[in-house]
Design a protein around this ligand. Sequence first.
Ligand code: GDP
Ligand code: MG
Length: 163
Amino acid sequence: SKTIAGEKGTASERSFVMIKPDGVSRQLVGKIVSRFEERGYKLVAIKSLTPSPALAKEHYSDLSARPFYNGLVKYITSGTPVVAMVWEGKDVIKQGRRIVGATNPQEADPGSVRGQYAVSVGRNLIHASDAFESATKEIGLWFDEAELSDYEPIAWPWVMADN
Ligand code: GDP
Ligand code: MG
């Protein structure tokens, strides 16, 4: 049966990607969305919202012991919205992390989102799931199943062909 994060290692694999408040405030939403679209990934869900502290804390629960955790939750819940998305396609979790770049923008490849547009680890513009397990957790946390669309982009067969 199909899970909310699709099937790991197949064209149905899904990742949770979020443009953080600095990305929205800096009006980089279109440029960031375009990177995923142009690579050939499928937009399965998108919405903008200011997350509750409870949602932000749960999203980053693995980091709750870190010294920057409270500041991170404050940043994500600042009142400037985030753009929460689900993207689908072959290897989207790993490739999504490459599109995003290293956590510290100063170490990020200059062709990545963080390497092109960010300089501070505390304002690094974007989140992407780091594994199938976290994608499953994060998609379930941010979206209801009814918000996830099932359709075939017209480019899909061309993007996905392996023969
Ligand atoms: P990511 O998966 O690349 O986003 O990195 P992590 O999961 O390790 O950390 C989550 C988020 O916490 C990062 O994207 C940053 O926004 C923030 N963060 C991580 N490390 C630091 C740090 O050393 N200082 C501050 N201020 N924020 C950090
Ligand atoms: Mg992470």
